[in-house]
Design a protein around this ligand. Structure first.
Ligand code: MF3
Ligand code: CO
Ligand code: CO
Length: 247
């Protein structure tokens, strides 16, 4: 590892493991009958206990510490008094800020028993993210990532959201490059050792189109079909990549 990347990698790993830890705490309380505000509280308190900051809180006016995106909500669902019920699926997206660097991660949670369709959607989404992560190394193209995700997801009959993408991350929350979750092999920017970015595919059971609700944040599928998402923050190395958002 070139020494100039070391500080960013080490600090992103610290922030990333805090974000992952918050999701581990969330996994302990998810069940029918809890509110999405309860999830927000658990995230806020865990991150605070770790002496870190929650990056979403007050980011461009966003009012909460995490995003909770349920069923047909694609991303940026705002925690509220809304009660989760048996069969719901919910993405919880957490970004911790510590020592000046960010770690951004999200996972799907199943509320009680969920439908087989929901289960398959969640699995395909996770697999697509991990397949993309497995091909990343110095010299591959951003289009290789998009193509890997799109090919996997479409082979299962699902669709890739195009209105939101992964992003460079570091001392700022969102920076270049945009990391699209669809595309053609061999196109776009070449990935270089030392880059830090997120992969966060949003995958729909039906059509890929989305719209944003009047709250200015909540993105939903136009056709009201279910949507799933996972996210990791990774750092590119000579022969692979390091996942920062795990414990
Ligand atoms: N964590 C989201 C992402 O993956 C961004 C959330 S911004 C917020 O990029 F303001 F909605 F929290
Ligand atoms: Co992100
Ligand atoms: Co995120």
């Amino acid at each position: 590892m070139t020494t100039s990347f070391k500080e960013g990698f080490e600090k992103t790993k610290i922030a990333g493991s805090i974000a992952a830890g918050a999701l581990d705490e969330v996994s302990k309380i998810i069940k029918p009958g809890i509110s999405t505000d309860k999830i927000d509280k658990v995230c806020y308190e865990y991150i605070n206990d770790m002496k870190a900051y929650s990056a979403p809180l007050f980011y461009r006016g966003y009012p909460k510490s995490c995003c909770t995106s349920t069923n047909h909500v694609v991303c940026h669902g705002i925690p509220s008094e809304k009660i989760l019920k048996e069969g719901d699926i919910v993405n919880v997206d957490v970004t911790a800020f510590k020592y000046g660097w960010h770690g951004d991660t999200s996972r799907m949670f199943k509320v009680g028993e969920v439908s087989i369709k929901a289960e398959k959607l969640i699995n395909a989404t996770y697999e697509s993210m991990m397949k993309a992560i497995s091909i990343i190394k110095d010299g591959v193209y951003l289009g290789d990532i998009g193509s890997t995700i799109q090919t996997h997801v479409e082979s299962k009959g699902f669709s890739v959201v195009q209105d939101f993408c992964g992003h460079g991350i570091g001392q700022s929350f969102h920076k270049e490059p945009n990391v699209l979750h669809y595309g053609e092999k061999g196109t776009g920017e070449k990935i270089k050792e030392g880059m830090i970015f997120t992969i966060e595919p949003m995958i729909n059971l039906g059509n890929y189109e989305t719209r944003t609700l009047n709250d200015g944040w909540t993105a939903v599928t136009k056709d009201k079909s279910l949507s799933a998402q996972f996210e990791h923050t990774i750092g590119v190395t000579k022969d692979g990549c390091e996942i920062f958002t795990q414990k």
